[in-house]
Structure formats: structure tokens, C-alpha cells
Design a protein around this ligand. Structure first.
Ligand SMILES: NC(=O)c1ccc[n+]([C@@H]2O[C@H](COP(=O)([O-])OP(=O)(O)OC[C@H]3O[C@@H](n4cnc5c(N)ncnc54)[C@H](OP(=O)(O)O)[C@@H]3O)[C@@H](O)[C@H]2O)c1
Length: 256
């Protein structure tokens, strides 16, 4: 159970089969962490992430689980503890929702989104604390600019992310005596599967039209978001506490 308690640091990245999570998992591996790669459905994609983690010289554990289910965060952390005996970095990245106008949102959508985004973050953070004991720890949640701006069909996810950000503030205070830094990032538009799905269902002309209408440098890569997440876990980045950091290439800046 504690075989690696004094060994290499360990990062758990939820939703690391694809997108921002995958890029984060690979970056933590490059920077000397063993990595817990988590996915919900895309097992082959998760194994592909794990293969690249190992190619970077790190150990990888692949864990599966739908984070809308109440017992899944605890099970993921148990698997992490059994394999590595410690956790140094938690990146709560995975999210899922129904992209719909709020008038079309049903109680099932509401329940699933809140469980996946809000409940799982709190349960993961609670379970991560004992695994981080005795060493500096870092928890980074991945929020989104839909918490502070109105984005078509993002009302439900935006509300969940706003709740996530408030959990970040409270947890940052509550976990400071344990030397665990808690922050979030609010990505802008990032070129991933979920951004494409959103544009294809919510923007006239889909992702191709959406991205063609944007300044190229306002669409961020998953690797750029991963760099900011990783910074928040460095000794300098851990001085930032309870901050919800906008990483959006300026798209939410007011224009006078
Ligand atoms: N892309 C953007 O423009 C953007 C903007 C702002 C914020 N964000 C946020 O960034 C985070 C990552 O988004 P992304 O664009 O990188 O997404 P993505 O490429 O679509 O990947 C989503 C990841 O989350 C996992 N996942 C989805 N639903 C899950 C569930 N119920 N339980 C467990 N895992 C689940 C997926 O697993 P499987 O592969 O197994 O399905 C996958 O690994 C999300 O929190 C999202 O809200 C993204």
C-alpha cells in the first residue's frame, strides 16, 4: 500500500483519455510524475495516453469510472493508493453535460451534470487529502469561461462550474493548514472533442465555421492549458491559493 510513499510524485488526472486531461497527463509524466490515467468510455484512448506516459519514463495506472456515480471517486482513489501509496497532484478535469437551452434542461440532465462536475470534485478532494498527507499537495479543478459569461447552451454547465469555483475557494482555505494548494483554471475555447461537439450542435455551420470566424490565436491548444495547470502545481504556482484563473487568450476581456 505504501510501497512508493517515498518515491516519485503521483498525479491523478480525471478525463485523461482525451483533450486537456490527456495533455496534462503527458506533461506531468514529462515532469517526473507517475500518472493515474482516468477515463469513462474511451478505454483505447486511455491506454494510448498511458503508453505515452510510459514512453516518457513514468509509470501509468489506467482507471475507469463514470464520475456521475457516487462511489467512483472513492474507488479511483483506492486504486491509486493500492498502486502508488500516495498522491501529490489531483487534476479534476473530466466534465459532461447536455448542451441545451435552460428551458429544455430536465431534472436528469441537472442531476447528472451536478454529480459529474460538483459532487465528484468534492469527493475526489476529500479522498485525496489523506493520500497527500505529509507532503505539499496541489489540487487543480478545470472550470470554464461559461461560469462567468453566457455561452450558447452552456447554462447548466456554467452553473455547475460556478459552484465548482466556490468549492475551490473554500477548500483552499480549509486545506491550507495541510499545505495543499487548491485552484482552478477557466479555459476559453480549446480545440478538443467536446468543443467540436458544442460547436457542431450550437453554432451555425458547426466547428469549421466557428473556428474560421475566430482569430486563430484565440483558440487555445490542450497543451497550453496543461502548461498552466502544471504551473499551479510547482512550488511557485502553489503560492497561488483559491484562485480561479482565466486562461482564455483574452476572449472574455471587455472591449471599450
Ligand atoms: N474544450 C473547451 O473549449 C473547454 C472550454 C472550457 C472548459 N473546458 C473544460 O475542460 C475540461 C476538459 O474538456 P475537454 O474539452 O478536454 O474534453 P474532451 O476532450 O471531450 O474529454 C473529456 C474527458 O472527460 C471524460 N469524461 C466525460 N464524461 C465523464 C464522466 N461522466 N465521468 C468520467 N469521465 C468523463 C472523457 O472520458 P472518455 O474519453 O472515456 O469519454 C474524457 O476523458 C472539462 O471540464 C471542460 O468543461 C473545456
Amino acid at each position: 500500500m505504501t510501497a512508493q510513499a517515498d518515491g516519485r510524485p503521483v498525479a491523478l488526472v480525471t478525463g485523461s483519455s482525451r483533450g486537456i486531461g490527456r495533455a496534462s497527463a503527458l506533461l506531468f509524466a514529462e515532469r517526473g510524475h507517475d500518472v493515474v490515467v482516468h477515463y469513462r468510455r474511451e478505454g483505447d484512448a486511455a491506454e494510448s495516453t498511458a503508453k505515452e506516459v510510459r514512453a516518457a519514463g513514468a509509470d501509468a495506472l489506467v482507471v475507469q469510472g463514470d464520475l456521475s456515480e457516487t462511489d467512483v471517486p472513492g474507488r479511483i482513489l483506492t486504486e491509486t493508493a493500492e498502486r502508488f501509496g500516495r498522491l501529490d497532484v489531483l487534476v479534476a478535469n473530466a466534465a459532461a453535460t447536455a448542451f441545451k437551452p435552460l428551458l429544455d434542461v430536465g431534472t436528469k440532465h441537472l442531476d447528472l451534470t451536478m454529480r459529474t462536475v460538483v459532487q465528484s470534485f468534492l469527493l475526489l478532494a476529500q479522498g485525496a487529502v489523506p493520500l497527500m498527507a505529509g507532503r505539499p499537495g496541489a489540487i487543480v479543478a478545470v472550470s470554464g469561461f461559461d461560469s462567468i459569461r453566457v455561452v450558447a447552451n452552456h447554462g447548466l454547465l456554467g452553473a455547475a462550474k460556478a459552484a465548482l469555483e466556490q468549492l475551490v475557494r473554500y477548500l483552499a482555505v480549509e486545506l491550507a493548514p495541510r499545505d495543499i494548494a487548491v485552484n482552478s483554471v477557466l479555459p476559453g475555447m480549446v480545440s478538443t472533442d467536446s468543443a467540436r461537439l458544442w460547436a457542431d450542435t450550437s453554432h451555425p455551420g458547426g466547428w469549421e465555421a466557428f473556428s474560421a470566424e475566430r482569430q486563430p490565436d484565440t483558440i487555445i491548444s490542450p497543451e497550453q492549458i496543461a502548461e498552466v495547470i502544471a504551473f499551479l502545481c510547482t512550488p511557485a504556482g502553489r503560492c497561488i491559493r483559491g484562485h480561479n484563473l482565466i486562461v482564455d487568450a483574452g476572449i472574455t476581456l471587455p472591449f471599450a
